[in-house]
Design a protein around this ligand. Structure first.
Ligand code: DX5
Ligand code: ZN
Length: 226
């Protein structure tokens, strides 16, 4: 199967919210804007909701990659579709009718993605993988920016590649948490092609250079894929 395009998705969770418009301008060379929604229940933190997403929609032309870390995705997915999400990710651990949510997302013309926490095995995607546009492999326990990458994620990415191969599908594979220029190559080599980076982009003085470093190293890693 051909390699999928490399996509860099800065997470605005690490941006300066008082200057969000400028912060979005500073990441124009990225491919997606990653928007983390935290409900204080599924994860031990709160972030932002639909109103700020509507403002982000007006402030950037980049596609919006909305990561819902919420306990009730059945209820909340339509809110974010309405607010302008291009990709909607919900957590496998939070839902009871995954196929229903995927259909809801597709009916609105958006892309559907399921996220797996570090302790959730990829085998659970067996009955749904053929319907997904993307799978998000969490490489930290969700809830906060700036955490360290969990090394066992590499084996998990390889298992996901195997599962996709068995089903003859090639969804995008996104990684989120602790991703930076130093580890993005090995993560790409293990099978990821969509790279979320919060602190490593927004804490850098030159955001374009940080995005470019991620892109260059991810390209090198992809070339080393077995
Ligand atoms: C974590 C969020 C991430 C976070 C990543 O729960 O889903 O998107 O912003 O931040 P870094 O890249 O700093 O680990
Ligand atoms: Zn995220």
């Amino acid at each position: 199967m051909p390699d999928k395009s490399i996509l860099i998705a800065p997470s605005v969770l690490s941006a300066d919210f008082t200057r969000l418009g400028d912060e979005l301008q500073s990441i124009k060379s990225a491919d997606l804007v990653h928007y983390d929604v935290m409900d204080g229940h599924f994860v031990p933190n709160l972030s932002f909701g639909t109103e700020i997403l509507r403002q982000v929609r007006r402030a950037t032309d980049l596609p919006l990659d909305v990561h819902l870390m919420v306990s009730n995705p059945e209820e909340q997915v339509p809110w974010y579709l309405d607010a302008g999400a291009d990709i909607v990710t919900f957590h496998y651990e939070a839902q009871t009718h995954a196929n229903r949510i995927v259909s809801q997302i597709h009916e609105a013309g958006a892309k559907a993605c399921v996220a797996l926490n570090p302790a959730t095995p990829v085998a659970l995607l067996d009955s749904i993988i053929e319907d997904l546009d993307m799978v998000l492999v969490m490489t930290v326990n969700p809830g906060f920016g700036g955490q360290s990458f969990i090394p066992s994620s590499l084996a998990k990415l390889r298992s996901l590649r195997k599962l996709c191969h068995e089903h003859g599908v090639s969804p995008d594979v996104e990684v989120d948490g602790g991703i930076g220029p130093d580890n993005v190559a090995e993560v790409a080599a293990a099978g990821a092609n969509v790279f979320v980076a919060g602190s490593k982009v927004f804490k850098a003085e030159d955001r374009s250079a940080a995005i470019e470093a991620l892109r260059t190293n991810a390209t090198l890693g992809t070339a080393k894929r077995a």
